[in-house]
Design a protein around this ligand. Sequence first.
Ligand SMILES: O=C1O[C@H](COP(=O)(O)O)[C@@H](O)[C@H](O)[C@H]1O
Length: 265
Amino acid sequence: MADGSVVPIDRKVVRKFKTEEDVAVALAKYIADLSDKFIKVKGSFTVVLSGGTLIDTMRKLVEPPYLHGVDWTKWYIFWVDERVVPLDSPDSNYKLAHDGFLSKVSIPSHQIYPIHYKPGPQGPEFAARDYEERLRKLVEKKILPLSPVTGFPIFDLMLLGMGPCGHVASLFPNRSQQNDKKDWVTFITDSPKPPPPRITFTFPVINTASEIAMVVTGLEVSLATHVALKSKHHDFGLQGPLPVQKVSAEVLLTWFLDENAAFQQ
Ligand SMILES: O=C1O[C@H](COP(=O)(O)O)[C@@H](O)[C@H](O)[C@H]1O
């Protein structure tokens, strides 16, 4: 199946498309529809971005009809992870999103919440604590609600990518951050993917999101995709269980795959 048809499996749907371009078209409509829905229901739309290939796959959202059809003034933007680099570094997830998305739409700047890192003795732990405190203040201001079920903040939509090792955000196989059940935001100093120091949301926060899109394209992620979607018990040589296998959403997790990523399905 390569037409984006939906295969529902218990709060998870897998949408397969022929090409990456088809994924980009469907992703833009999915995001715009959720924006309309959440703004109608609660007056705002809180969106968490990743780095990597996601921002390019979001490219259709900054084209007609969405460019002028989406109510950008009601959007609030957050990051699921950030590399510990200056915000203007080519490695920065903020810069990636700024250049490819945020600079093209009219989201008020005070509604954009990058993860701040200032070089110096305080290090990534300080940046993680700082982001968590800023999120807690947004809970106090009622911009973010707290889940009565999990006690973690609820974001409307989280847009995730996945690396070939099955990592999501900066939660990697064989790293303890993927088991953190207490913090909202944590840090890693030995990420296997460079740069090594990073800040990241923890799984309890990711999994409290209402909607999650797992946007996965390209042949190099096909094995991890196969492990995540077909097998609970086998890791086929990857170091399992993979972080991506721990992702779930409160309402719905939607996988967007192109034919290459879905190759081993
Ligand atoms: O390092 C990262 O990798 C993941 C996956 O990136 P992709 O290029 O394979 O799509 C990304 O989601 C994360 O935000 C980023 O920091």
